[in-house]
Ligand binder design. Structure first.
Ligand code: ADP
Ligand code: MG
Length: 260
């Protein structure tokens, strides 16, 4: 079904107390699409990704990832724990602060999900984990503990760990924001490779040049609303909305490629 979007959010709303954080968000990502989600701090970007992963449960609306659909419209029964876990397994999530298990080696981090959740045999999970560490350039770090790895290496282990669950989509929430500048490139290279392989992805990022290069679509959010979305180069080089223009003007010009 090439025409059915891989990710679909329809009229999703979420409030924390009196604060409405997602105000009726609808968006779609086609299979193999890469969407960069940009916007000021507090605009709801993380909440949007967390709703896709059901780490945060929307109050209303529908969410579909691949063939799996959840309806949060009032009157629908909320999903049970097993249903939530199954849904969540379809989306790999990578966080700003890596969230690796500190007491496990790199390869044990990558194997843990398949062994405990998917019930993969350990020797099979180990072979798959080694192949994934190889893919992210860390085969030689398989037995190293997270505290002996650089931030860029930790984040690449975290990506391998997410991929080990064979997700249908990958979500990145500021995956390079905690990294020293010289380590950003090695993580972006892995994301770029996943994009080239056709992985469907949504990335929250402040790397505007990267968003422009790797994303097909850029979505600009402010105050819980999608203000503007369109082809990445158009939104970043020539945004239509004043609030998008204002947001992008805060990025140093050298972070953006020369305008054509
Ligand atoms: P962004 O990722 O764009 O910076 P967030 O989605 O993290 O924005 O947050 C959007 C708003 O929701 C902020 O005002 C934030 O304080 C609030 N918020 C996020 N998570 C929670 C929570 N668990 N409880 C209360 N407020 C929250
Ligand atoms: Mg955030």
């Amino acid at each position: 079904m090439p025409d059915v979007p891989m990710i679909e959010m329809t009229h999703v709303k979420k409030a924390f107390g009196a604060v409405s954080v997602l105000k009726d968000i609808s968006l779609q990502v086609p299979r193999g699409g890469v969407v960069a989600l940009i916007g000021p701090s507090g605009s709801g970007k993380s909440t949007l990704l967390r709703c896709l992963n059901l780490l945060t449960i929307p109050e209303s609306g529908q969410i579909r990832v691949g063939q799996s659909r959840m309806d949060f419209t009032s009157g629908h029964k909320l999903p049970g724990d097993r249903e939530l876990a199954a849904f969540r397994a379809r989306t790999g999530m990578v966080f700003q602060n890596f969230n690796l298990f500190p007491h496990m080696s790199a390869i044990e981090n990558v194997m843990a999900g398949p062994v405990t959740v998917l019930k993969t045999r350990p020797e099979e999970a180990r072979a798959a984990a080694l192949a994934l560490l190889d893919k992210v350039g860390l085969r030689d770090k398989a037995d190293v503990a997270p505290d002996k790895l650089s931030g860029g290496q930790k984040q690449r282990v975290a990506i391998a760990r997410a991929l080990a669950m064979k997700p249908e989509v990958m979500l990145f929430d500021e995956a390079t924001s905690a990294l020293d500048p010289e380590l950003v490139g090695e993580v972006l290279a892995v994301v770029r490779q996943l994009a080239a392989e056709g992985m469907t992805m949504m990335l929250v990022t402040h790397e505007m040049a990267f968003a422009r290069e790797v994303a097909d679509t850029v979505v600009f959010m402010r105050d819980g609303v999608v203000v503007e979305q369109g082809p990445a180069r158009q939104v970043i080089d020539a945004p239509n909305e004043p609030s998008t223009q204002s947001f992008l003007s805060h990025f140093h010009n050298s972070a953006l490629p020369a305008q054509r």
